[in-house]
Design a binder for this molecule. Sequence first.
Ligand code: NQM
Length: 369
Amino acid sequence: MQTKIPCVMMRGGTSKGTYFIASDLPKDEKLLEEILLSVMGSPDVRQIDGLGGADPLTSKVAIIQASEREGVDLDYLFVQVFVDEARTSTSQNCGNILAGVGPFAIESGLVKPNDPETTLTIYLENSDSIADVTFLTPGSVVKYDGEARIDGVPGTASPVMISFRDTEGSTCGSLLPTGNFVDTIDGVDVTCIDNGMPVVLFEATAMNRTGYESRDDLNADVELKNWIEEIRLNIGRKMNLGDVKNKTVPKMTMVSPPQMGGAICTRSFIPHDCHAAIGVFAAVSVGTAIALPGTVAHRVGVIPSGTTKLVSVEHPTGEISVKLNIDETEGKTKVKKADILRTTRRLFEGQVLVPYGVWNGKTKPRAAV
Ligand code: NQM
């Protein structure tokens, strides 16, 4: 006996996950965690008994509902499902999975589309912040095919433009949560920054690496990963994140001078595995750090000119360009708005099944069979 839950699987940017309507899931947090672990097949490095793709970037969940907030269309909760541990986390945002939220909501009947494009204001529950997302809906139908290209995804698709507002200190409370541009931990200079994602930046050369290593090489580099984790555990409390041992934040980003004509080269640990690219919010935080004199990123980055800066953040599979709208009055640099291009695709729709032993569907009759 299994409970059927309406579910859609979507690629959002360079990630992939399952999308649910909030009312199709129980509210109880412990039960919800059990259900999402079962949906993804965790804990198991292969996630063989679930839909997860055996990678943190494909073990993600979006829970969405129409919003009752003033001026907001949708509420979006992101859940990271650990691959090899029986845990989920809501301690971070996901800007990649966000790309699929609007199209999912329209096709689920949660909001109405416009013609030829739709802009939705989305509340990010994880960080209490707002994003405006615009995508094509000609004839009031979501368009998935198109000419937009993002690195890390083969081919092209329809553009999804995401505009973030007020992301400063989303999780840590302030842009520079330690109060410093640079802290020195275990002899390594780091910059702690949160402009949508708590990130710790450090130079690759400080870790005796080039910063241009492949994802596979870095994932096999146990000595480096242990060193990075030591720094992370040490700095977490100073970033107002408490004990970060079981958290997916802060992300640990190794930086070096750009190699492909961009603004900076990155290798992002999220926080233990190296990202195939870089998270969307992490890219906004890194881009912001380049613009701030005194940070580790400013030391190795190439700062584009103007108050609207197009910052190209290089990563293992290409680059991601972040458009930053910067206010530099009174000698202070403030990012007013950050825009980013993503694409998305609806991959699968139907019902995901979880064993009765996990959830017999009783707290939500509609989904039960
Ligand atoms: O930073 C991976 C991803 C992410 C998160 C991660 C993300 C973001 O690429 O906004 O998108 O950092 O865990 O999906």
